[in-house]
Write a protein that binds this ligand. Structure first.
Ligand SMILES: [Zn+2]
Ligand SMILES: [Zn+2]
Length: 263
């Protein structure tokens, strides 16, 4: 529905798949603009989208993506975007997913009472290359996908006749949000490299479920720091584990990052 195949397809070209872009109503699983609430987790929602494709086509593989936006868990005023892409192969019974986080997003909203407010907000979020949503008080009217300054002005003027002001939101649907589209592309590239790595034990694809562990010793005092000491990769199929020590090529940490030497 949102043209994400335009970036997912090129990012996964090395898999050599034959593609069908399945145009189903995936809004039934939730919308960013709030008309339909997403009830399942992002991964579960992507799984339902894949199932919808399997139910309606002969395809053996389905790929679905699901995005989420909200405040950064550590820095509440900073918005963050998570993209999940799920690859599901019903013939081989393989499901591989990746999650990618990015703070590069224009996700925001503002209640505006004057057109000057509207213009200021629009300018700050990359309008008109990035689309906007205009909502009247009480969501009595919702205009989505606004990507034209004249249209924005006339819609605001009409809404202002019956309402004190209106809520302006960034349209986070991929085809109205090139910043998000770029993130989906890089997430799909991550999925591609995960799909092309095979487990050394069971030889199935998708070897790349990573867990990072801190504790790199300080170069001066030798105490463990918070920096990465090792990377643990687990096979999602057979649970085989590979451990890579010093994955960033550093065996000791600079004392400036040591909480003992530089508290
Ligand atoms: Zn394995
Ligand atoms: Zn130290």
């Amino acid at each position: 529905m949102h043209g994400k195949e335009t970036v997912i397809k090129p990012a996964l070209h090395s898999l050599g798949l034959n593609w069908i872009s399945a145009n189903f109503d995936t809004d039934q699983f939730g919308t960013f603009s709030g008309e339909v609430e997403r009830v399942n987790s992002p991964l579960e929602t992507a799984r339902k989208k894949c199932q919808l494709a399997f139910d309606n086509t002969d395809a053996t593989i389905a790929i679905a993506s699901e995005g989420s936006f909200g405040p950064h868990p550590m820095i509440p005023f900073l918005p963050i975007n998570e993209e999940i892409i799920l690859f599901s192969d019903r013939e081989q019974d393989i499901e591989i997913s990746i999650s990618s986080l990015s703070t590069e997003t224009n996700f925001s909203s503002k209640y505006c009472t004057t057109f000057e407010d509207v213009e200021l907000f629009a300018k700050g979020v990359g309008f008109p290359t990035h689309g906007l949503i205009l909502k009247a008080d009480g969501m009595t009217k919702v205009h989505k996908g606004i990507d034209n300054p004249d249209l924005l002005q006339s819609l605001f003027e009409v809404l202002s006749e019956t309402s004190n002001g209106c809520t302006l939101e960034t349209d986070m649907r991929a085809m109205f949000n090139p910043t998000r589209m770029r993130h989906i592309y890089s997430a799909a590239e991550k999925l591609s490299s995960k799909l092309l790595s095979y487990c050394p034990s069971c030889h199935k694809p998708g070897f790349g479920e990573e867990r990072l562990e801190g504790g790199l010793p300080c170069a001066l005092c030798g105490l463990p720091s918070d920096s990465i000491l090792l990377k643990e990769i687990t096979c999602v199929h057979c649970q085989h584990q590979s451990i890579i020590t010093f994955p960033n090529g550093k065996q000791v940490e600079d004392p400036q990052f040591c909480s003992y030497c530089n508290p």
